[in-house]
Design a protein around this ligand. Structure first.
Ligand code: F0G
Length: 367
């Protein structure tokens, strides 16, 4: 039986590695491409969800982290550092453990979910809560990488983008060609940059460092539709913003590092980057869990929120293939499922330890 070997070994001929590279992996990638029945019915297009919450640490970051940590080991580093809204720190901590490296993570105080915080701590990272936002954390992490003996594993490290481009490869491999439209949330903008790189590389002959010229795999590239949270939407503003705010803490970012990559993905693909409100994000979060059976964290629902918004505006074509990357698992930040639509707390019903009472509560009648 074939065992998935992680993204580096599966796509070695398209990544900057060789036979002798010591690969640091936790078996990331190979995530499900789930047909979204209700979104497909609604739009008249075939809509698929690339469920990145199924990665080892529960987010897409693992695709980039296997490459970054492999590069860290290759460079002889003893310690890695990153800034994070939570998922990068969880992934860095886990992969640093696998690599036998020390790991320090900088997170914005009070603005990362408990699930992500506990992952970084469980994997033994040194976690510092900075009195500032993600952009401030990234500034410090970059300076540490420049002036101190620590290896930076944020997506400003090109190894991260290399690993994350494999998400696009898997989608084309599963569908037989690129989709017409690819939808995803945009925060620090590494992922939209990486997907666009992957789609472009798969649509043309590729000069492999180890395997000669590889033929094109796909006949086309998709339009890239990016969505930001309205309170943290620098690409919509057209410039960095200093006080980003949204309940979707994963994408609470005002000064994206991969600015140029995101603009290139948007413009070269004929796509756009727009904003969705926190209420639209929470409605999409609820849609995914209650209609599709897929539980994601709020930030991950921004792409679906965008598709729903575009559909309501009559701007989603029918008869097309649309893929939405849902970036992180719902268990990372489960509190949002325990709120009703009007914002009150969900109170699970209590019943006595008795079958007749339980049946009555469930509205069941005798057979
Ligand atoms: N979705 C989730 C769940 C994320 O954690 C992130 C980014 C994004 C989307 C946006 O992706 O930054 O490549 O545009 N999280 C980073 C972190 C910033 O630190 O975990 P992006």
């Amino acid at each position: 039986a074939h065992q998935w070997r992680g993204v580096i070994r599966e796509y070695a001929d398209r990544l900057p590695v060789t036979e002798s590279t010591k690969v640091i992996t936790l078996g990331e990638g190979g995530t499900p491409l789930v047909h979204a029945q209700k979104l497909s019915e609604l739009t008249g297009s075939e809509v698929y969800l690339k469920v990145e919450g199924m990665n080892p640490t529960g987010s897409f970051k693992d695709r980039g982290m296997t490459m970054a940590m492999t590069a860290a080991v290759e460079s002889g580093a003893k310690a890695v550092v990153c800034a994070s809204t939570g998922n990068t720190s969880a992934s860095a901590a886990a992969y640093a453990t696998a690599a036998g490296l020390k790991c320090a993570v900088l997170v914005p105080e009070g603005k990362i979910s408990m699930g992500k915080l506990s992952q970084a701590i469980a994997h033994g990272a040194t976690l510092l809560q900075v009195d500032g936002n993600f952009d401030n954390c990234l500034d410090i992490a970059r300076k540490l990488g420049e002036s101190y003996p620590v290896f930076l594993v944020n997506s400003v490290n090109p190894a991260r983008i290399q690993g994350q481009k494999t998400g696009a490869f898997e989608i084309v491999d599963a569908l037989g060609d690129a989709p017409d439209i690819h939808v995803l949330p945009v925060g620090n903008a590494g992922n939209i940059t990486a997907y666009w790189k992957g789609y472009k590389e798969y649509s043309a002959p590729f000069e492999s460092a180890t395997a000669g010229t590889l033929p094109a795999v796909s006949t086309r590239t998709p339009r890239m539709w990016g969505f930001q949270a309205a309170g943290a939407a620098p690409f919509v503003a057209g410039h960095p913003i200093t006080e980003p705010d949204t309940i979707a803490t994963a994408i609470r970012i005002g000064n994206p590092a991969s600015w140029d990559g995101a603009i290139a993905a948007r413009d070269e693909s004929g796509g756009f980057i727009e904003a969705v409100t926190d209420d639209e994000i929470l409605a999409a979060h609820r849609w995914l869990s209650s209609k599709e059976g897929v539980f994601v964290e709020p930030g991950s629902a921004a792409g679906v929120a965008g598709l729903l918004k575009k559909h309501a505006a009559g701007e989603v074509p029918s008869g097309k293939t649309i893929v939405i990357t849902v970036t992180g698992h719902g268990l990372k930040d489960p509190q949002w499922a325990l709120r009703t639509e009007d914002g009150s707390d969900v109170q699970p019903v209590k019943v006595s330890n008795d079958v007749v009472t339980v049946a009555a509560e469930l509205g069941l009648e005798d057979k």
